[in-house]
Write a protein that binds this ligand. Structure first.
Ligand code: MRU
Length: 336
């Protein structure tokens, strides 16, 4: 029997044609839905660095497709190897980027044909899509018939193939007929919550309320659960995610609200023992000194802009991967 709903998001984040590769330009959302034509590796690097494409699993898949695209246009082994290096230097925190590029490097090193390289990238894409559907199924079982849930940053189809990660769980529960009200923090400085999560929830017609991060201490007590994504999960369960996640987890613990991390196994880094080993991206101070296009601080103000923080495993109720709901202590369960 066909399910009474469609799992396909009503918008496409990646477009792969017979001769072209396009990315939905997330910098323009929610104002404009425009696609960037990715013709070469520098264009892909700029798209990743400037967050035209973002979200841990999506960065990995976009980088793999960029390599596949230049391979099918005739790039040889040396050019592909240098493209992989350039892409690896774009953003340091999401381990998915490195997992994806390692796979592409192995394909290039083994002398795969261009068709096989394309196949490798497309398989990764499809696999992430399946992971997202599995996470959504496992996670939505934690959501009751009526529930107030919180999230952070953007973790929907704009951040991962398929339904997404944390937002995928919420959307899946909505599609299953549950009555959900979502609290969406705007996620300063780049407003992934306000611009992207609010936009995605509107597309799916999921009820939500946007709040500033400053309001979180007053609103978290009214939530029944919080679902967030991850950019890198260390072997002990410590989790790097968008800066502000750690503060939200502390509030959740204070108010006894379950705090769930939703991420595919491609986000787990068993080579990193704990959160202290996770590289944290530091972005331009200008992102903090502006709000959209408007300057909001003196030009010479000193500002710090870590893009991620690490939530200790002890503050996390459990990690939802494509394998199921994993509970602490994680031991071997996080291993792929
Ligand atoms: O800087 P971004 O927008 O790429 O950060 C994204 C996040 O922090 C997400 O929560 C994370 O990648 C998990 S989403 C699938």
């Amino acid at each position: 029997m066909r399910p009474p709903f469609s799992f396909r998001p009503p918008y496409q984040t990646l477009r792969w044609g017979p001769r072209s590769f396009w990315l939905l330009d997330q910098r323009q959302l929610p104002g404009k839905k425009t696609y960037l034509n990715i013709r070469d590796i520098p264009a892909a690097c700029t798209a990743i660095k400037t967050l035209a494409v973002r979200g841990a699993p999506l960065i990995g898949v976009a980088a793999a497709l960029a390599i596949a695209h230049v391979a099918r246009k005739g790039a040889g082994r040396r050019k592909l190897a240098s493209g992989i290096k350039r892409l690896a230097a774009t953003r340091p925190t999401a381990v998915n980027l490195f997992v994806a590029l390692d796979k592409m490097k192995a394909a290039v090193d083994k002398g795969y044909s261009k068709d096989e390289i394309v196949e490798e990238a497309r398989e990764m894409w499809m696999q992430e899509e399946q992971y997202s559907m599995a996470m959504a199924e496992h996670g939505q079982k934690l959501i009751r018939k009526t529930m107030a849930v919180g999230t952070y940053c953007n973790t929907g189809a704009l951040a991962a193939p398929g339904l997404g990660t944390a937002l995928g769980v919420i959307i899946r529960a909505h599609l299953a007929g549950k009555k959900i009200e979502v609290t969406v923090p705007e996620t300063r400085p780049l407003l992934q919550g306000a611009r992207l999560t609010a936009w995605e929830l509107s597309q799916w017609k999921v009820p939500y309320t946007l709040v500033t991060e400053s309001a979180l201490a007053s609103v978290v007590k009214d939530l029944d659960a919080i679902f967030v994504g991850a950019d890198r999960i260390a072997a002990n369960g410590d989790t790097a995610n968008k800066v502000g996640t750690h503060g939200l987890a502390i509030l959740a613990r204070h108010f006894k609200v379950p705090f769930w991390v939703v991420a595919p196994s491609s986000t787990v880094d068993m080579d990193v023992k704990n959160g202290a080993g996770i590289p944290i991206e530091r972005r331009s101070a200008d992102e903090v000194k502006t709000f959209g296009l408007c300057r909001t601080a003196p030009r010479d103000a000193r500002a710090s802009n870590p893009a991620f923080d690490v939530t200790p495993a002890g503050l996390i109720s459990g990690i939802i991967t494509e394998k199921g709901v994993l509970s602490p202590p994680y031991g071997k369960s996080l291993r792929q």
